[in-house]
Design a protein around this ligand. Structure first.
Ligand SMILES: [Cu+2]
Length: 462
């Protein structure tokens, strides 16, 4: 039995679980050429009586790029397995999208691959493995990525909260034996039992009272939908998935994030706060203090006006166009989904046979990548896809290389997304303009669902 969250807390409460003080992430910006080493790392969340936990990560903690500035990222693979890196949310050339087997050959151990692109959008993004993803993401192979606005945005502090959910075994190591469990793959995916923020257990984040913080939140979990509850204070949503809102919106209630979704917030730290103020994760029955703000006194001013919007990114005007194609995408399968058969690698299979191939989800009757694209578009075409969640599970659908708008009631109108949460039974029309030519994925970012079939691709030509 894996350690559950409560047991982990009990262990932590024995006092031997070292709690880090302060978490200013090391931010590296190295001009237009960055070296990024993918390597093993260790974390010590459980305290000194346990062996440190073996994870995978990178030699930098945050990538900081500049909008409209070309960059060359030399990715060196010092891991024992092949891999590739996907720049999630960046609208870049297809050859740089980092999907092994589709847009590039995997980077073998000891090899390097140079990714070259110019980020056109400022905002909060991340880079993560796109090779054997359900295993490599569970081991931690990702990095948050900030693309700075061309003109600086005025805030007192700029913080990241990267939420992740890890599965540890009784020995306090990553539970690798449970990777690939078909029961989990056919349900909500693989859930962890330890929540970290910025790869630390209950970190303390230094802030000054009376200041304005830009808070960038990312859900890096394999499958868990997170809900972040901030202490009662003034907070506004500035951007979602890297794309600014036209007008910042007051945050009400908890902030729900499907895996891979990001939000940028403005949070005003009240002048009267001091000491530890918890930030809760509330998606489970257990309201859990994922991190604490450690508030120090200051003479900063109080009584702020609402924040101004972020400068816009160069997004297409969808309303001015007529759709070139309107298609349906039916999501099927999973536990209690009633899927009888689906095509897998061009062969029609009964469910029993699909499961032998570790497949249990389908899009338009096809499990995993079809041999022909879902659609073929030309650069500049407006595409509409009506996505119908005919399953008993929520999914977080991610479109590669493009942002889209959706008529979902869950989200504020007019938002741009690269990842969209859809509840069971929900229908949503997404619209986007086909951009860079190439082969692009559309898949569920509950990564076990993707591995078990919920992935397709489309083609853009000039
Ligand atoms: Cu899914």
């Amino acid at each position: 039995m894996p350690l559950n969250r409560r047991e982990f807390l009990r262990l932590a409460a024995t006092g031997l679980c070292a709690l880090p003080l302060g978490i200013q992430a090391r931010i590296v910006y190295a001009g237009d050429r960055i070296e990024l080493v993918l390597q093993a790392e260790q974390s010590n969340w459980l305290g000194d009586q346990y062996h440190p936990i073996d994870l995978w990560g990178m030699d930098q903690k945050v990538l900081r790029l500049k909008q409209n500035q070309a960059v060359e990222i030399v990715v060196k693979n010092e891991l024992p397995e092949a891999t590739s890196l996907h720049w999630h949310g960046l609208r870049i050339e297809n050859a740089m999208d980092g999907v092994s087997g589709l847009t590039q050959r995997a980077i073998n151990p000891g090899e390097e691959f140079v990714y070259r692109f110019t980020p056109q959008d400022a905002g909060t993004f991340w880079a993560h493995t796109h090779h054997n993803t359900y295993q490599q993401l569970a081991r931690g192979l990702y990095i948050p990525m900030i693309v700075e606005e061309s003109s600086p945005v005025s805030v007192d502090q700029d913080h990241l909260l990267v939420l992740d959910d890890w599965r540890l075994n009784k020995g306090g190591q990553l539970d690798l034996e449970s990777l690939g469990n078909m029961h989990e793959w056919s349900h909500g995916g693989r859930m962890g039992n330890v929540l970290t923020i910025n790869r630390q257990f209950q970190p303390r984040i230094q802030v000054s009272a009376g200041t304005r913080v830009r808070l960038r939140i990312l859900n890096a979990a394999n499958s868990r939908v997170m809900a972040v509850e901030l202490p009662e204070t003034s907070a506004w949503i500035l951007a979602k998935d890297g794309q600014p809102l036209k007008v910042p919106v007051v945050l009400q209630g908890s902030l729900i994030l499907a895996p891979a979704e990001r939000y940028d917030l403005i949070v005003d730290i009240p002048a009267e706060w001091k000491g530890e103020v918890p930030i809760y994760e509330v998606s489970t029955e257990q309201r859990f203090a994922g991190a604490y703000w450690y508030v120090s006194a200051s003479n900063a001013l109080i009584g702020r006006s609402p924040p101004t919007r972020l400068p816009s990114n160069p997004m297409p005007q969808l309303s001015k166009k007529k759709p070139s194609q309107s298609i349906q995408l039916k999501m099927e399968g999973g536990a209690m989904g009633g899927l009888r058969k689906a095509v897998y690698q061009t062969q029609s299979m009964e469910v029993r046979e699909l499961i032998q191939h570790k497949q249990i989800w389908a899009l338009n009757g096809v499990a995993n990548l079809p041999d022909k694209p879902l659609l073929s578009a030309k650069t500049g075409d407006l595409i509409e896809i009506e996505i119908i969640n005919n399953t008993r599970w929520p999914h977080g659908m991610h479109l590669h290389g493009h942002h889209f708008q959706a008529d979902s009631a869950r989200y504020i109108e007019g938002l741009w997304h690269d990842t969209l949460l859809m509840e069971q039974g929900e229908k949503t029309v997404i619209s986007f303009q086909a951009e860079e030519p190439g082969k692009w994925l559309l898949h569920c970012h509950m990564i076990e669902h993707q591995a078990a079939g919920m992935v397709t691709w489309f083609e853009v030509t000039t």
